[in-house]
Design a protein around this ligand. Structure first.
Ligand code: GCU
Length: 658
């Protein structure tokens, strides 16, 4: 088996996503000069050749060169920065380092796809670490399959216990990721089973092969590890992080990895979380555990991404004092300042679990002496599982723009450890199951690069690259996707109540009480008078007290809490009047009826695009929209009926509720 050349026609058997041949069309037969050496520059040379350009020594139409040889190029920028100028028919891409050259090239393609024109701009990512995490299993997991929370077929890396024979898809994927500025990838699931744990030991060769593909696109490879490996792989009788033999085991393991993969990124760890092992078994805390691993990879400049997703999943629903929302803060904030510099605490954006609407996790602003990374979920576990068209750009943009202490830094600026997200791709022909879910992967990369980008502009870029310059297609897809996240919110769990999803059907579809009497946490407390979780300091679980001002006070009071989060923070009567003027119960009815109507409109708009987009893609999206409609109606009717039966309050508009 050979590693495919980075420029191979790797997507021959799959959709090209946002890099179809057409995007380089107008560069064919033009001339280019590429200055610089190394693996990533070789990749770039292959890219320009693939575009049909010919390399010349001087007077080229396109010059790609390091900052220091380009006159007027900016100074003092990092290796991923580039300067892009188009003037009088000539283009200059000046770069800080090899990745900057690659990013500048793809930026130029974006520019051409959107009509080109003269410009001069300097780009540098806000964060050094822009990561995608794969929840891919090596062996097929009995409940989760090949990809945990995967909605796009099998893994592009593994197939039934082995690395895939044909890795051409991985090459194509790496190219797509490089084109949106992703520079780190974790290749295996955070839930590390016995088979996956061996990636670090016996199976290192497979990791080495994947890392070689990613490396040629400027992407460094990371591995999820199992904290108990020294014990479970049978070599020691403990995995106590303070035990010298355990520390030695990890140092040796790290040395082996870095010998074979010198640019290896490091370890991603889910410890003491949902049944994964961790330091608690030995009476140690998360700083003990994380630092032990950090010291093993530190000599090689490796990183440890330690996840903050720690909570008690063996709760008693009768116990009203346990609040899962509090757990990460209670666990980690007391440890602030104790983590080594190469530990990054990876925190989900909300205190619970990638719900369609949650407040920002207070852990992120709460840990000022720790490098914190924000974790997002591109795979649509709780947002329609790539059956529903849900564009997450607006959600992420809102999260990134949130100001945790009022007027100071945005959340995007506050996260010193960069951004990570769970990938949504698989072996599916369209990569993402729902073809329009490709936009989420694209938007994630673009926002990780520049969190201030407008999600609508990002969509315009993605549409232009993917479908070309047809304005009806652009307007149609924009009208389907622009508000699709809010539409999904409208027909699913209302006003910040979380988890009304089916535990038995892998979190797909409505189940209002599915988690209400569950050991994993309780979420709505609906009774005949009202609904919501009292998380106030005054009368509830005290969660609002984990925020800084102005949010602590704003969330504490029903008068100032934002409507969309009221039920996350408060238990209120159905007749409580929202800032919108509507009562809670009427809001529930109205949004659920309107949500389904919006899905109907999406389907009509999509029908009108028939013949303007590839027919197989049109068919696939059409089928998914039909399923979205069926599911949205089910959500609407179950939620409305549930609350009508609980409250006995009729819909003011007299619509059908069962
Ligand atoms: C969610 C998801 C799990 C996943 C977990 C995590 O709970 O349902 O499949 O393992 O998040 O982020 O670790």
């Amino acid at each position: 088996m050979t590693i495919p050349a980075p420029h191979s026609e790797a997507v021959a058997d799959g959709h090209p996503m946002w890099l179809p041949e057409a995007v380089t069309g107008e560069l064919r037969d033009r001339t280019v000069t590429v200055l610089g050496e190394g693996a990533v520059l070789d990749t770039l040379r292959a890219e320009v050749a693939r575009a049909g350009m010919s390399e010349v020594r001087a007077d080229a139409d396109l010059l790609i060169a390091p900052f220091d040889v380009v006159e007027d190029a900016p100074e003092g920028l990092g290796p991923e920065a580039f300067f892009h100028r188009v003037r009088e028919g000539r283009t200059v891409i000046a770069y800080g380092g090899p990745n900057g050259a690659l990013y500048g090239w793809f930026h130029h393609l974006r520019h051409l796809a959107r009509g080109g024109g003269e410009l001069a701009s300097t780009q540098e990512p806000l964060h050094e670490l822009r990561m995608l995490d794969h929840w891919d299993n090596v062996a097929v997991h009995p409940h989760m399959g090949q990809v945990e929370r995967g909605y796009a077929g099998g893994s592009i890396f593994y197939d039934d216990g082995r690395l895939r024979e044909d890795l051409s898809r991985v090459g194509a994927y790496a190219r797509l990721l490089a084109s949106i500025g992703i520079n780190r990838v974790t290749i295996n699931n955070v839930n590390v089973g016995p088979r996956e744990a061996r990636l670090l030991t016996d199976d290192l060769g497979t990791v080495e092969r994947l890392a070689a593909i990613f490396r040629s696109w400027g992407i460094r490879t990371h591995l999820s590890i199992n904290f108990a490996s020294p014990l479970t792989l049978g070599e020691l009788d403990t995995s106590d992080p303070l035990e010298p033999a355990v520390q030695r085991w990890w140092r040796d393991a790290a040395a082996r990895v870095f010998t074979r993969i010198p640019d290896f990124g490091g370890f991603l760890v889910k410890a003491d979380s949902e049944g994964q092992p961790g330091p608690y078994a030995y009476g140690r805390d998360h700083a003990d555990g994380a630092n032990m691993l950090a010291r093993a990879v530190a000599p090689f400049e490796g990183l440890v991404h330690w996840r903050a997703f720690v909570y008690n999943h063996r709760q008693d629903w009768r116990d009203r004092t346990t609040d899962r929302a509090r757990a990460a803060y209670d666990t980690f904030v007391p440890l602030d300042g104790r983590f080594d510099d190469n530990v990054i605490l990876q925190v989900k954006y909300g205190p619970l679990d990638f719900q369609v609407r949650e407040p920002i996790s207070p852990v992120i602003p709460g840990m000022t002496r720790t490098r914190v990374a924000l974790e997002l979920q591109v795979t649509q576990e709780y947002t329609g599982q790539q059956q529903h068209a849900v564009y997450l750009g607006p959600q992420w943009s809102e999260i990134l723009a949130f100001r945790p202490t009022g007027d100071d830094a945005t959340l995007a600026e506050a996260v010193q450890g960069g951004i990570a997200a769970v990938s949504n791709v698989g072996s599916d022909d369209f990569w993402t199951g729902h073809p329009l879910a490709q936009a989420n992967l694209y938007a994630y990369g673009r926002l990780a690069w520049d969190p201030t980008l407008d999600p609508g502009t990002i969509l315009d870029e993605w549409i232009a690259l993917t479908f070309g310059a047809d304005d009806q297609v652009r307007r149609g897809i924009r009208s389907i996707l622009d508000d699709s996240w809010r539409t999904y919110e409208m027909y699913t769990a209302p006003l910040g109540v979380c988890f009304m999803v089916s535990p038995l059907n892998r979190h797909y579809g409505p189940d209002v009480d599915g988690y209400e009497y569950s050991a994993w946490g309780t979420y709505h407390f609906a009774d005949r008078d009202g609904v919501g979780v009292d998380r106030t300091v005054k009368t509830g679980t005290g969660f609002t007290g984990q925020y800084s001002e102005p949010w602590a006070s704003r969330y504490e009071s029903v008068d100032t809490v934002p409507d969309e989060l009221i039920l996350f923070f408060h238990h209120v009567p159905y007749t409580h009047r929202l800032h919108s003027g509507s009562t809670v119960i009427q809001h529930i009815y109205d949004t659920h009826f309107a949500g389904v109507e919006r899905v109907d409109e999406m389907a009509v708009t999509w029908d009108e695009l028939e013949g303007r987009v590839p027919s197989d893609l049109h068919r696939r999206v059409g089928e998914r929209l039909a399923e979205q409609r069926r599911s949205a109606i089910e959500w609407r009717d179950q939620i409305n009926t549930y609350f009508w039966r609980k409250s006995g309050i009729a819909d003011e508009a007299g619509r059908t509720i069962y």
